[in-house]
Write a protein that binds this ligand. Structure first.
Ligand SMILES: NC(=O)c1ccc[n+]([C@@H]2O[C@H](COP(=O)([O-])OP(=O)(O)OC[C@H]3O[C@@H](n4cnc5c(N)ncnc54)[C@H](OP(=O)(O)O)[C@@H]3O)[C@@H](O)[C@H]2O)c1
Length: 321
């Protein structure tokens, strides 16, 4: 599926079937996750990295239908999900074998499409970069987002306390059900005040960027880690170096899509970390996909509108017959 501009401009087109490269597998797609980045790409604001297909879609679930000559980890018929650089809104997609994860036994094949982006983002940022420890306080901005609903569950499962921000009580109540301990309505409450009263945040997972930079640093504990993964509130802001130094705090920024396939800091490393850290928690039923809604691929425009509405809680998926 290709796209330009408005959600009504999304159209299904016929393309040649992908062939696996020697280190790739082809997946017959059961479902694809819809991500905020897809909405930006649709509008021309988030071009695919060099070499990636320009079809939308950063994650899928499905069955392996072909494997490259050098691939031994996967076989035709395996039920899997995968992190992609693009191309997921399709019947078939070719993906490097190192970006594939097994479908967890406790999760059905369609729902598994809700996992790769959120699981890889949370494992790499909250744990690999942010080093969240049991007993520490994690602040998650946008607790009801795809990323947020996963972060709450995983942090709760490892014994951390979790604070979330969201826009209304319906969203906050869902966050509480998922394991959040501290609920902050960002439309009426000052999150810095609430977090300070709760002892300060050891890790902040931020999606707002510039808009929250100063407040996030204020909310951090001594030795705190601010991990910025989104720029929904802008890209440029002033940072008080003094506040950072006094707290011996750190600020990190990361992306997933632009990482190389293999090597240091690669998607392969992130996928491996995620499989080791998160997959046992999913198998144990401590972490589950949180799915807001599913749409057929042909209704991808409506799926984009649902995510854009601000009403979604968790992931929006596209399904293929
Ligand atoms: N860097 C990376 O590797 C990476 C990977 C994946 C995703 N991301 C980023 O992570 C973010 C979430 O992604 P997603 O796919 O889960 O998106 P999503 O489900 O569409 O969520 C967007 C979230 O933004 C929240 N939000 C908007 N204004 C806010 C504010 N002022 N304060 C707090 N929260 C606010 C919304 O909460 P309310 O509805 O309550 O307002 C909503 O939960 C996006 O910015 C995305 O680009 C980054």
């Amino acid at each position: 599926m290709r796209a330009i501009a408005g959600s009504d401009q999304l159209s299904v087109v016929t393309l040649p079937d992908p062939e696996p490269g020697s280190d790739e597998v082809v997946i017959d797609v059961a479902a694809a996750g819809v991500n905020r980045a897809d909405l930006l790409q649709r509008k021309g604001l988030y071009p695919p990295p060099p070499g990636a297909v320009d079809t939308l879609g950063l994650e899928v679930s499905g069955r392996v239908s072909a494997v490259g000559d050098h691939v031994s980890a996967w076989h035709v018929g395996d039920e899997v999900c995968a992190l992609l650089a693009g191309g997921g809104y399709a019947e078939k997609v070719a993906v490097p074998a190192v970006q594939v994860l097994p479908k967890p036994a406790a999760v059905d094949l369609v729902s598994a499409a809700a996992l790769p982006e959120v699981a890889c983002t949370v494992a790499s940022n909250v744990f690999d970069v942010g080093h969240l420890q049991p007993g520490e306080l994690l602040l998650v901005h946008g607790g009801s987002s795809g990323i947020g609903t996963h972060a709450i569950q995983l942090a709760h499962a490892v014994g951390a306390r979790v604070a979330v921000t969201a826009r209304n009580s319906t969203k906050l109540e869902r966050c509480r059900e998922l394991g959040a301990d501290i609920l902050i309505d960002y439309t009426s409450d000052d999150f810095v005040e609430v977090i300070r009263e709760s002892g300060g945040a050891d890790v902040v997972l931020d999606i707002m960027g510039a808009k929250y930079l100063e407040q996030n640093v204020k909310a951090l504990n001594t030795g705190g880690r601010l991990v910025i993964i989104g720029m929904q509130g802008g890209v440029k802001a002033e940072l008080s170096i003094g506040a950072l130094m006094t707290k011996r705090a750190s600020v990190f920024g990361t992306t997933l899509r632009a990482r190389p396939v293999t090597g240091t800091g690669s998607k392969a490393e992130v996928v491996e970390t995620t499989r080791r850290l998160t997959w046992p928690r999913i198998d144990a039923g401590e972490v589950s996909p949180v799915i807001d809604s599913t749409f057929p691929l042909a209704e991808a425009g409506a799926a984009h509108e649902r995510l854009d509405s601000g009403d979604a809680i968790g992931k929006v998926l596209l399904t293929l017959d």
